[in-house]
Design a protein around this ligand. Structure first.
Ligand code: 1C4
Length: 440
């Protein structure tokens, strides 16, 4: 690769990442890390990336798993680990192993996350990582006649303390273990702890970092985005990904209780965490309560995004010039297409007094998101809007994109076929655009 193309790809990547970094600054993300990932050699690189998140102003809570460490300890002492309904049954002997394992994971994590950030102005400075007795727990009790022993569930989480620590730029480490008010210790499930912490902190994201890259469909392809409903149906159809399937109840609960995104990523691909957080396509599977792409009414706050998208096209003569004032006064005519909270397109529907025709105008999809069907979605949206406003015909004017409209059912038309008010503007702007009509 030449120096020039390396620079180009760096600049492109940086431009793509910048809005996501800006968006996540001061927001909280909860990282739930499987113990298999922590035990792997590749963890050091991931730990460096986690440290970097803190330095970008993102508030990070790490919840760790412990399963692999417990299994290894049990194997060493040739003991078996009974379970019921997918939860470990914890007797007194097992509890000793759980505590031992939790201590070991915690120290491994503390060591990995204490490494200074190399190649950065912060080299030599260390993350401030704090762990503590954040969770009060209670026993799970007897289920179907099976006494679950010291296997517990969450009673309360000290969110005030966690928030104070985050406010003081500390990274918070939460173990899947809790204590009762009578001083007993209970073993908890990592995914339940991670989900409840994310819900209570109103986290922006809950990221499960596993050995597997994400959800794989029947053809072996990575599924990038799923809504909560799609996820529930999908897991029915994909029984083979057992480890990941265990995370589904916590995933759905977190989404239902207001966590905006739950993400599953694989730890063994270099940079997977950054790629998931800071690029449009991500590296794993992302879950949202509702569909990822949606089109909504524009508001004044969208004007900077609209101007960012339309200005280069105005300069090329593709779109008519629209000033900030014009957009302020006509914002009600505009709709915005968002993917994962980022604006990627806009369109306007203009009405004309006394006419049953509407103009589809200012249709743009940002260059980095074109040819993904967003243009088509915006067109469908405007058609729907026009129909519900009882309009009979949609028209548009175009200098460069006529073919795109023709392929979608628009017919070539003459100026005389559009409302008089628009004909007058046409003569004033002197653009000589072509006219297209779509009967509704
Ligand atoms: N001509 C023909 N086909 C095109 C095309 C073009 N200019 N641009 C993309 N396509 C094809 C692609 O090749 C692809 O084809 P394929 O692979 O499916 O065979 C297909 O379209 C992709 O479809 P999509 O649904 O994924 O489309 P998106 O890329 O998401 O969006 C846009 C399509 C045209 C919206 C997008 O390419 C874009 O933003 N282009 C730049 C802006 C643009 O041309 N907008 C249309 C303006 S006409 C103006 C105004 O200001 O109100 C001017 C008024 C006047 O007086 O002149 C409008 C309406 O805004 N009018």
């Amino acid at each position: 690769m030449t120096e020039h193309t390396e620079l180009d790809s760096f600049v492109r990547a940086f431009r793509e990442a910048a809005p996501y970094i800006h968006y996540l600054r001061d927001k909280t993300i909860v990282l739930a890390i499987s113990s298999h990932v922590i035990a792997a050699e590749t963890f050091q690189a991931l730990a460096q990336d986690i440290s970097l998140l803190g330095s970008l102003g993102i508030k990070v809570v790490v919840v760790h798993g412990v399963r692999k460490y417990i299994n290894d300890l049990m194997q060493e002492s040739h003991a078996t680990l009974p379970s019921y309904q997918g939860r470990r049954i914890t007797n007194e002997k097992t509890l000793v192993k759980v505590k031992q394992a939790c201590g070991e994971v915690r120290f491994d994590l503390e060591a990995a996350l204490s490494v200074g950030l190399s190649n950065s102005p912060q080299y030599g400075t260390r993350n401030r990582l704090v762990s503590g007795n954040f969770i009060s727990a209670k026993p799970l009790g007897v289920i179907d006649g099976v006494d679950m022993g010291y296997t517990g569930t969450i009673r309360r989480i000290d969110f005030t303390l966690i928030k104070q620590l985050l406010q003081h730029n500390c990274m918070v480490l939460v173990s899947p273990i809790g204590h009762s008010l009578s001083g007993k210790t209970f073993s908890l499930s990592m995914d339940e702890v991670a989900a409840e912490v994310a819900i209570g902190l109103r986290a922006e994201k809950l990221v499960f970092i596993n050995e597997e890259a994400g959800i794989i469909d029947a053809d072996g392809a990575l599924v990038r985005n799923l809504s909560a409903n799609e996820a529930a149906a999908f897991f029915e159809a994909v029984p083979q990904q057992k480890a990941i399937k265990r995370l589904l109840p916590s995933t759905l609960r977190a989404l239902q209780q207001g966590v905006k995104r739950v993400q599953y990523i694989g730890a063994h691909t270099e940079g997977s965490l950054f790629s998931e957080l800071f690029t449009k396509n991500g590296s794993g599977t992302s879950f949202a309560q509702h569909a990822f792409v949606h089109i909504r009414q524009a508001i004044s706050d969208d004007i900077p995004d609209i101007m960012r998208m339309i200005q280069p096209l105005e300069d090329q003569g593709v779109l008519v010039h629209r000033s900030h004032d014009y957009l302020e006064n006509h914002i009600d005519e505009f709709s915005i297409l968002e993917h994962d909270e980022q604006v990627y397109g806009c369109v306007a529907l203009k009405r004309f007094q006394g006419s049953n025709m509407g103009e589809l105008a200012c249709l743009v999809v940002s260059p980095d998101a074109q040819e993904g069907g967003y243009g088509e979605l915006l067109l469908e949206h405007v058609q729907k809007q026009a129909r519900s406003a009882k309009l009979k015909t949609l028209f548009c004017l175009s200098t460069h994109t006529g073919e795109w409209f023709s392929e979608r059912g628009f017919q070539d038309a003459t100026l005389a076929q559009i409302p008089l008010e628009r004909q007058r503007q046409y003569h004033q702007d002197g653009r000589g655009s072509h006219v297209y009509l779509l009967p509704l």
